[in-house]
Design a protein around this ligand. Structure first.
Ligand code: NAD
Length: 331
């Protein structure tokens, strides 16, 4: 494959265009995984293989998506080796993506998030250094006072989940340095959008708020509501991941995938009320262990690697998510 100039220190290679691009998406039936499969499916000449154990998702998330669906775990080495056959890139998203579950079951979450990642990296290495994009998290930054966050900051994890994501990205970047595996480790910042699991034991804030408000109920804010997040619409995240796969973008340091807009939970409720056209009641509850106070990406490295980036703004993403929840359409 021809080498291309890269903003990162690792080579960026372009795929040959004379055959379909085959992409394995682990956690492919999940919230972000199914969005990645949808975006990839819109690109002509792409074959998608989705591997998922459906522990926190439903195969229906992929209905209408032309993907080969494999049911199983990333901890299953023979299955992974089989799924990796003939693949040009792997997008590794499978994980137990919950701070609270990591506090309740740290060993199990370590096994899936860290050993699972290591298993994927080894399968990608064995299959001939398959380009690997992995999902880390802004939770690696913890509640340090520096804002915005940038990749030069020292990680300071505050939950077992954050520690698993730091370990996973560290393994991935080490596999690049040790074995030459082309890797891109994204640190996602609060992703929201259609198909996010509001029925999870500990749902993320946007689906939790949306579910309550669509029922006409009050939303619960843990803490003061001043805590803030860099909310990113799932389709924008999926577009970046798909672009990374197609252009084989690699980097030997992590890359924050956030767009630099910080919104407090009180502001989020206001945006939701505007999108719904009616006021929303708020109930306050004590702050939770492991919750991070503020999160916002600087986004410089992301912009260097993906100069054409046009993220969908929060208000537009919320409107699209509400429409999807009403069954009126989707982006
Ligand atoms: P999700 O729970 O919807 O997706 C995870 C998927 O992995 C699910 O489909 C689940 O069934 C599958 N899975 C779990 N264990 C598995 C196993 N052992 N083998 C195969 N599949 C397995 O969550 P998501 O929000 O789509 O998260 C995707 C990735 O992004 C995760 O790695 C998560 O840690 C990371 N992330 C998400 C966010 C966010 O805001 N949603 C933020 C930071 C990082």
């Amino acid at each position: 494959m021809p080498a291309e100039a890269s903003a990162g220190t690792a080579p960026t290679l372009r795929h040959p265009l004379d055959r379909p691009l085959r992409v394995l998406v682990t956690g492919g039936a999940g919230f972000i995984g199914s969005a990645v499969c949808r975006v990839l499916a819109r690109r002509p000449g792409t074959e998608i293989v989705a591997l998922d154990d459906f522990s926190s998702s439903d195969p229906a998330n992929l209905s209408g998506v032309p993907a080969t669906l494999i049911e199983g775990s990333v901890l299953d080495e023979p299955l992974l080796a089989q799924s990796m056959a003939g693949v040009d890139a792997v997008v590794h998203l499978a994980a137990i993506a919950s701070v609270q579950e990591s506090l309740d079951r740290p060993l199990e979450v370590h096994r899936v998030n860290v050993t699972g990642t290591l298993t994927v990296l080894e399968a990608a290495r064995a299959a001939g250094l398959v380009h690997t994009v992995i999902a880390s998290s802004s939770s690696v930054y913890g509640s340090g006072p520096e804002l915005p966050k940038h990749e030069g900051l020292r990680p300071r994890t505050e939950s077992p989940y954050g520690a698993t994501k730091l370990a996973a990205e560290s393994y991935a970047l080490t596999w690049q340095r040790s074995y030459g595996l082309p890797v891109l480790a994204f640190r996602f910042f609060n992703v929201f959008g259609p198909r996010q699991n509001a029925g999870a034991a500990y749902p993320a804030v946007v689906p939790a708020f949306l579910e309550r408000t669509l029922d006409g109920g009050a939303v619960t804010i843990f803490g003061t509501g001043e805590q803030s997040r860099d909310f990113t619409y799932v389709e924008s995240v999926a577009e970046v991941i798909a672009d990374a796969v197609v252009r084989r973008v690699a980097h030997d340091e992590p890359v924050d995938l956030g767009f630099g807009v910080r919104t407090s939970l009180l502001e989020l409720v206001h945006e939701l009320a505007t999108a719904l056209g009616r006021p929303i009641d708020i109930e306050f509850a004590p702050a939770r262990t492991g919750d991070i106070l503020h999160s916002q990406a600087e986004g410089r490295r992301l912009a260097e690697l993906f100069p054409g980036l046009r993220p969908i703004p929060l208000a537009e993403g919320l409107r699209a998510t509400i429409e999807w929840m009403h069954g009126e359409g989707e982006r």
